[in-house]
Each structure stands twice: as structure tokens, then as C-alpha cells.
Ligand binder design. Sequence first.
Ligand SMILES: Cc1cc2nc3c(=O)[nH]c(=O)nc-3n(C[C@H](O)[C@H](O)[C@H](O)COP(=O)(O)O)c2cc1C
Length: 326
Amino acid sequence: MSNQIPVNISEQLEIPVIAAPMFLVSSPQMVVEGCKAGIVGTFPLLNARTVDILEEWMREITEGLEKARNAEPNRKIAPWGVNLIIHKSNKRFEVDLELLKKYQPPIVITSLGNPSAVVEVVHEYGGLVFSDVISTKHAKKAADCGVDGLILVCNGAGGHGGTINPVAFIAEVKQFWNGITILAGCLSSGRDVLAAQVLGADFAYMGTRFIATTEAIANEEYKSMLVESDVDDIIYTDAISGVNANFLIPSLEKAGFDLENLQKPDTIDVTHDQNEAKAWKDVWSAGQGVGAIKKVQPIADVVGELKEEYQQAVQLVSSQSTTSKV
Ligand SMILES: Cc1cc2nc3c(=O)[nH]c(=O)nc-3n(C[C@H](O)[C@H](O)[C@H](O)COP(=O)(O)O)c2cc1C
């Protein structure tokens, strides 16, 4: 299968997976342990509620990974990344961009807005920019801005999931896009990673699968709810932040929402400001792939399972293709 991932990155991966950035969930420990396990670890910059905390986190990640590389030079340790919200209402945009220049995360994921200014800064230090998109129109715009990767956020994805079916979305984007292609939405197992590759993706982008990890800063009740939930417990609604996103129904019930009468709020909050943080603190997001989560465990163990499932899927497919030749 042709692969657009640069060799200096692919040779450091155990499996082509990015642990997607998650508001109020991703932590620096999750990033470091994910990278040490051989997947790209990321976090949203705004998870660090102040610039000082952000600088502390970036130092912790760069030093943690450097230490791990020095201790085991032959171990695969994947690069790390951050998620930057470009929307004009992100008041920290300029300051956070300066910290990107200083700490140079190898991968920067942009959401909501024109990524051109970020592409300039990140390319200057040799990093890659991936943009998340939910439509082909949006994908074309990001491609025109010179990004290196497109993250196709499909239906059922955790957070502000899209509405397009992944099979249709990736096939359309591949008609005009030859860069790094990242598929997102309900990818939960190693078998799903292989399926994403078969569809033409270079990376599988997984959020929900990594919430119930010991390193995530999500609260323990949220993690237990994920273990107990399945696809029927997910609702796609604009009642929480004004923009459609997938949430755990039991968390809405617990927070006192009337499921029969959900109302879109007057204000729209999607840039992780104080209001959105308040809304997402008690109402918890998850994608339709939630049924794959069976226990809370260290991120390295999840990666170990993904690798094992991936190998099994590869063997299954190769035995099936052998059978079909007979
Ligand atoms: C709790 C939660 C928080 C999220 N926060 C962000 C975020 O801050 N920025 C972002 O770009 N995407 C965010 N997402 C979306 C993920 O980065 C990713 O696109 C999605 O989780 C992939 O789908 P999956 O959850 O089905 O694997 C979030 C998803 C979840 C579940």
C-alpha cells in the first residue's frame, strides 16, 4: 500500500495511529506515554488553561521524550503533536503560536479556520500541519492553504463529529488529494486501522478509544460510563455547545437534560472558552465506537491491543485472499 507518511515518522511508529486531541481529556502524560508506545500523541493547546501551564506541559513533553530516546535509542518513539484552534475568538492564538516556534511540535493539527499562517510558522521549523475537515469543500480549502495532511472527520466521531460516511468521504477526497490522509470516526480496534488503510488512509485518528486510559485527565466517572456504554448510548445534538457533537446519553440524563426536549442554546461555543468548558465538564463526549472500550487501562496497553488486533486482521485478510484464489 502506498504511504505518504514521511519515513522519519513512519520508522518511529508501532502502528499508524494518532491519539486525537481531546478537550478536557488529553494530558501531557498521555502524550508522552502514547509516543513511547509508538503512536502519535497529541493534546489541544487550550487544555492547558493558562500560557504558563502550557509552557510547563510543552517542556514536560519535550524533556520526557528526549529522556526516553536517550535511555533507549533503539526504541520506536513516535513524534508528538498539538491542536490549535484558529478561529478568531481564540484569544490565545498569537501567544500559543509563539510557543509553537519555541517548542516545535513535529505535528500541528488545526481546527476551525484558515491554517495559512500556521503552515508558514510550522514549515519554517520543519514540522507538519494537519487540518481537520468535515466536507470536501472544507478539505479543498485546507489543501489550497498548503497543509501536509487532511483529517477526514466522519459520521459517528467523538467531539464535533461530521456527517459523511467514511467510505464516501475518503474516496472523494482522494480524487484531488495526494498528501497525508488521516481518517477519523469510530475507529476503535486494530482491525479498524487496517480497514482505514485499505480505504486509502495513511493514519487512523482515534479519540474515544483513548479516553478510558489511566493517563487521561477525564474524571473517573466519565471513564466508567464509557466502559458501560455502547453505540445506543450516543446522541448527536447541538444542545450542549450550539454545534452538533456526539455525547453520552447517560451523562446528559445525569446533568438534568430532558432528552425529549433538547434545545439549541442561544450562544455557540466551540473554541474551548469558559462556557464550553463548563458545558463539557458534566456532559461527556464520545463517538459511536464506544462499545470497544472494556476497561480503563494505561495507554500503552491499549496500543498493545491495537497492534495485536492489527496483526490478526492482516493474517485473516491474507488467509481469505489465499482461499479466494483456490
Ligand atoms: C471528549 C472529546 C473531546 C474532543 N476535543 C477535541 C478538541 O479539543 N479538538 C479537536 O480538534 N478535536 C476534538 N475532538 C475530536 C477528536 O480529536 C477526534 O476527531 C475524534 O475523537 C475522532 O473520533 P472517535 O472519537 O470516534 O475516535 C474531541 C473528541 C472527544 C471524544
